[in-house]
Design a protein around this ligand. Structure first.
Ligand code: SF4
Length: 365
């Protein structure tokens, strides 16, 4: 969603980023800096930024990090720069889809070879722990797609052992449940029900644990599917969901984002009370696929995206899923504009470098 509604790409200059970092450190008293934009590693001058910041703060208590990076060996160089001052904890990559088919559906063009090559570079540069982030419940997903996460993780460990000649290699697989969001091509998609989500995750966990050779080297992090259904309800709800939220609050719901306070039953009871007589239920908001003709509750909010373009992208995703098409949508930064509608609608344009600027060392006061 963030990749849709914040279009087009507009990069901050290297000087602005450095000033924000310096200001943040001075005025907050914190010493950890994470470059948390959507895709920091895609910044045209990220190499300079990494080197410039690492130089500036070398020898100080400030630690720098690039939380999650694309699957790309260049990012290992970046991670090495960022970790100059601190620990080499873990490197996170986000292939997101377990199988090649799933990654094509979400237009995430990462091949298994890319991933293996990248982790090989990471392990051989001294990183001992690699984290991989995936989603479960993507449109058209099957059990088989999810089980391929285990295969990937095993191959990652095997490669790590091969390139380092050591056994203490770890790979943590972290899995989030997919929740379709408004203003995206998946706004029409059915969300996966929580029972199936849990069953798939359990199957995957069992397959990983049962593996004698690699199982112990693979960590597994996931949440059960129920909170995802509430997130889905809130994400694609209409004004009637307001009454559900109020009812949950009246029933004592507080801090539901904390798992120890979350009560799925409280949400479902509140929903059946608040939706009584409307003829719809939580499934109608979450696990139901929508048609082209349906008026969506957020249609009056304009993010600049052309609705027909989104629909076309959704149809393309489905065509890729069943193998009848092979379209890939490149990033419009590097290819001609494909008319998603944002730039003319919002009167903006892509703004990227390189500017050729570099950072000078900070004057010591
Ligand atoms: S209108 Fe064209 S250039 Fe602008 S964000 Fe959309 S595809 Fe990219």
């Amino acid at each position: 969603q963030a990749g849709m509604i914040t279009r087009p790409v507009r990069e901050r200059s290297i000087e602005t980023i450095a000033a924000m970092v310096e200001n943040g450190i001075r005025k907050s008293g914190f010493e950890e800096v994470g470059l948390l934009s959507l895709s920091s590693a895609d910044h045209t001058e990220i190499g300079e930024i990494a080197k410039g910041l690492a130089d500036r703060y070398e020898g100080s208590n400030v630690s720098l990090s690039l939380p999650s990076t694309r699957v790309d060996a260049f990012n290992i160089t970046l991670a090495n720069e960022f970790s100059r001052n601190g620990r080499r904890s873990g490197l996170t990559f986000a292939p997101e889809g377990g199988s090649e088919r799933m990654r094509k559906v979400i237009n995430k063009m990462v091949s298994e070879e890319d991933l293996i090559r990248t982790v090989a570079a990471a392990y051989s540069h001294g990183w001992r722990q690699v984290k991989l982030y995936f989603m479960v419940g993507l449109p058209t997903e099957t059990d088989e797609d999810v089980l391929q996460v285990a295969d990937l993780a095993k191959k990652v460990i095997a490669k790590g052992r091969e390139v380092t000649g050591q056994n203490d290699i770890r790979c943590t697989v972290s899995i989030g449940g997919f929740v379709p969001k408004p203003h995206t091509p998946f706004q029409w998609a059915a969300q996966l029900d929580h029972e199936t989500t849990d069953r798939r995750l359990k199957k995957l966990r069992d397959v990983v644990r049962e593996d004698k050779r690699y199982g112990r080297a693979i960590g597994f992090r996931y949440h059960d599917g129920k909170p995802g259904i509430v997130e889905g309800l809130l994400s694609r709800g209409d004004r009637r969901v307001g009454a559900i939220i109020e009812q949950v609050w009246r029933d004592g719901g507080r801090f539901d984002g904390w798992s120890e306070h979350f009560s799925y039953d409280r949400w479902m009871t509140a929903a059946s009370l608040a939706l009584a007589g409307t003829g719809i239920d939580v499934d109608w908001y979450t696990t139901r696929e929508r048609d082209y003709d349906e008026v969506l509750p957020w249609d009056h909010l304009d993010s600049g995206l052309d609705k027909d373009w989104l629909w076309g992208d959704w149809e393309d995703a489905l065509a890729v899923a069943d193998g009848s098409s092979d379209v890939e949508i490149e990033d419009c930064r590097w290819t001609p504009c494909y008319d998603c509608g944002v730039c003319p609608e919002m009167n903006t344009e892509i703004q990227i470098g390189p500017t050729g600027h570099t950072l000078l060392p900070l004057a010591v006061v």
